[in-house]
Design a protein around this ligand. Structure first.
Ligand SMILES: [Zn+2]
Length: 235
C-alpha cells in the first residue's frame, strides 16, 4: 500500500530523479553492428587489430579500426570490473585514449576513419563519465549483472527514507541564506558519502539486490544535489 503512495508522492513532487543515466542506451555493446569482430582490417584486409594491443589501429596500414562492440566501459578504460575504481588512473586512461582517437587528429584522414574516430571518442567520453561518478558507475555495474532500475519505476522505499527525503527537500525550499544552503548541502554530501560506502560494500559482497536498493536511494539524494547546484546559480 505504501508502495502505491510512494509512487504518487514521487510523481507529485518530482522526487524521482531523471536524466541520471542520460537518454542514450548505456551499453556500448549495442552501439554498432560494424565492430571489429572481424580479424581483418577494413582498409587493407590485413590480419587484424583486435588481437594486437588495444586494437585501435591496423598494425599494417595504421588505419583506425571501428570500435569493438563487445567491449564494456571497464575494459575500455582498463579498469577491473568492480565498484572501486582508481579515479586518477581512470583520468590518465581517458587522456591517453583521447590522444589516440580524438576527431581533431583525423581531419586529414578518410571519411571512414573520421567516422570511426567520432564513434570512439563518444564511447570514450561515455565510459569515462559513467565510471567516474559513483552513482552512474554503480548503475552501470548493476546493468552488466543484468539488473536495471528503469527511469520512472516506482520502487518500494521505506517510509523513514521518504520522510528523510521530504525533510531535506523542505529544508532546501526554505533555505534563504548561504549558510542554510551550505548546511543542506553538507547533509546531502554526507549522506551520499555514506551510501557510496554502503553500495561499495554491497558490491564487494556480491549482494546486487542490496546494491540496487542503495543506488535507488542515491538517485534521490543525487537529485537533491542537482537542485542545490541549480539554486546556487545566481539569476
Ligand atoms: Zn590495415
Amino acid at each position: 500500500m505504501w508502495g502505491g503512495r510512494t509512487g504518487a508522492l514521487s510523481r507529485v513532487w518530482g522526487l524521482w530523479p531523471t536524466g541520471v543515466l542520460g537518454r542514450k542506451p548505456l551499453s556500448c555493446n549495442a552501439a554498432s553492428l560494424e565492430g571489429n569482430n572481424s580479424p581483418h582490417c577494413w582498409n587493407c584486409g590485413g590480419p587484424g587489430g583486435p588481437l594486437r594491443g588495444d586494437g585501435f589501429f591496423c598494425p599494417q596500414c595504421s588505419a583506425l579500426q571501428p570500435p569493438d562492440p563487445t567491449r564494456d566501459h571497464f575494459s575500455l578504460m582498463d579498469c577491473n570490473r568492480s565498484f572501486r575504481v582508481d579515479t586518477v588512473k581512470l583520468q590518465h586512461r581517458y587522456q591517453q585514449l583521447q590522444r589516440l582517437v580524438h576527431p581533431d587528429f583525423f581531419s586529414q584522414r578518410s571519411q571512414t576513419e573520421r567516422d570511426f574516430s567520432e564513434k570512439h571518442s563518444t564511447l570514450v567520453n561515455d565510459a569515462y563519465k559513467t565510471l567516474l561518478a559513483p552513482l552512474s558507475r554503480g548503475l552501470y555495474l548493476l546493468k552488466l549483472h543484468g539488473i536495471e532500475i528503469p527511469e520512472g519505476t516506482d520502487y518500494e522505499m521505506d517510509r523513514q527514507f521518504l520522510m528523510e527525503i521530504m525533510d531535506i527537500n523542505e529544508k532546501l525550499a526554505e533555505a534563504q541564506s548561504e549558510a542554510a544552503m551550505k548546511e543542506t548541502e553538507s547533509i546531502v554530501r554526507a549522506k551520499l558519502k555514506e551510501l557510496t560506502d554502503n553500495v561499495s560494500r554491497a558490491f564487494e559482497q556480491g549482494d546486487f539486490e542490496k546494491a540496487k536498493e542503495i543506488l535507488t536511494k542515491m538517485k534521490y539524494f543525487s537529485n537533491v544535489e542537482e537542485k542545490i547546484k541549480l539554486k546556487k546559480i545566481p539569476l
